[in-house]
Design a protein around this ligand. Structure first.
Ligand code: NDP
Length: 384
């Protein structure tokens, strides 16, 4: 059987490296055909030597010569810059494009891959947060399926298997609640980046780990779920489930609830996004039913986790508002990690940016780029 050729946009990150583990395990089925990184030249070089892709991209152009020279003895095409990400994402040989890069930077390459009719394995949720309506319509028009990699959306997708034609009454989107679930508002005033970067259940990249601590990540997942499954926000219920065993669930019109459970391990949804509709064998950890912690459920506290409320608000407003929230969030997320802004100030800056930014109800792709740039400028001013 012909191997599926996969592009991993963001191969040096948390999702990217786990995707390479899946490809290595199933090297009879998959081939890493394109690998890309932002700045981590060393790791990209190491991955390229090991997986021998046809093309690599280092987005940071200042690292280009280093990557090119290190791979000069191999038949690998080396490119640099953001435009090169789009160029490789639509390579005619590719079967699947895994969007594992972080933030707004994922939008343009994802759109390019969709226009080239590629199957998208979507980890980069920011693409759907920013431009969900446009991107899902484009995917529909170009017959480019979007398979979710986010564990919650993969769980929803799996719960819908065999029930595709039945009405969804409600999506139950589970959330771990992050490291500060039990903190008071007073305690949240003084939390540090180091504390926020210690997620109780998942080992992820820095940006999403902070988003999980503020619960903006869950807000983004609500937006992502709306566009992936065509369900309005008032039918998406966020339920805090600290053990992260139930990855999410769907309630149908007869009251039946179907969920997907498992040990938290991103390789499960990554592998399924590659192999669907088949399931491949794995040696990943299994649930231990006799020794599992009791599964518990709570309502999220929207006063403490204001970012979640802001994401719902942005979804209700529609247009460019989710794009504004995403841009402001990228600015404050970085500022918090660099200790330029406190934990609670993050939501304040996002809210003030939402009030100040230009609102466009029916944006074009170009409008999203302008909206993103404007919101970043505004949020940065508030932080100063
Ligand atoms: P990481 O920060 O670990 O990795 C991000 C990857 O993207 C790296 O390869 C990085 O390169 C590259 N990258 C970063 N910025 C740019 C840029 N401007 N241009 C090109 N490449 C860039 O992130 P994660 O793997 O944690 O997350 C990736 C995406 O998947 C995010 O959208 C996240 O929300 C989503 N996701 C992640 C989960 C997880 O478990 N990690 C779970 C569910 C969703 P370099 O290494 O060189 O900096």
């Amino acid at each position: 059987m012909k191997k599926k050729k996969i592009a991993i946009l963001g191969s040096t990150g948390s999702i990217g490296t786990q995707a390479l583990q899946v490809i290595e395990k199933h090297s009879d089925l998959y081939e890493a055909y394109v690998l890309t990184a932002n700045r981590q030249a060393d790791l990209l070089i190491e991955q390229a030597r090991r997986f021998q892709p046809a093309q690599v991209v280092i987005a940071d152009e200042t690292r280009y010569a280093e990557v090119r020279d290190a791979l000069a003895d191999l038949p690998i095409q080396v490119y640099a810059g953001q435009d090169a990400l789009c160029q490789v994402a639509c390579n005619g040989e590719l079967d699947i494009v895994l969007t594992a890069l972080v933030g707004f930077a994922g939008l343009r390459p994802t759109v390019t891959a969709i226009r080239a009719h590629k199957q998208i394995a979507l980890a980069n949720k920011e693409t759907l947060v920013v431009a969900g309506e446009l991107v899902t319509q484009l995917a529909y028009d170009n017959h480019a399926p979007i398979l979710p990699v986010d564990s919650e959306h993969s769980a929803i997708f799996q719960s819908l298997m065999g029930d595709e034609r039945n009405e969804i009454e409600k999506i139950i989107l589970t959330a771990s609640g992050g490291p500060f679930r039990k903190f008071t508002l007073e305690e949240l005033k003084t939390v540090t980046p180091a504390m926020a970067l210690r997620h109780p259940n998942w080992d992820m990249g820095a940006k999403i780990t902070i988003d999980s601590a503020t619960m903006m990540n869950k807000g983004f997942e609500v937006i992502e779920a709306k566009w992936l499954f065509g369900v309005e926000a008032d039918r998406i219920q966020v339920v805090v489930h600290p053990q992260s065993i139930i990855h999410s669930a769907v309630q149908f019109s007869d009251g039946a609830v179907k969920a997907q459970l498992g040990v938290p391990d991103m390789r499960v949804p990554i592998q399924l996004a590659f192999s669907y509709p088949e399931r491949l064998a794995s040696d990943f950890d299994r649930l231990d039913w006799y020794h599992m912690q009791p599964l518990t459920f709570e309502e999220p506290d929207l006063e403490k986790f204001r970012c979640l409320a802001l994401a719902f608000e942005a979804l209700h407003q529609g247009g460019t508002m989710p794009c504004v929230v995403n841009a402001a969030n990228e600015v404050v997320n970085l500022a918090f990690r660099q200790e330029r802004c406190s934990f609670l100030e993050m939501a304040e800056v996002i809210e003030r940016t939402m009030q100040r930014a230009t609102f466009i109800r029916k944006p074009s792709l170009d409008d999203y780029f302008e909206s993103d740039a404007e919101a970043r400028r505004i949020a940065s001013e508030f932080i100063k």
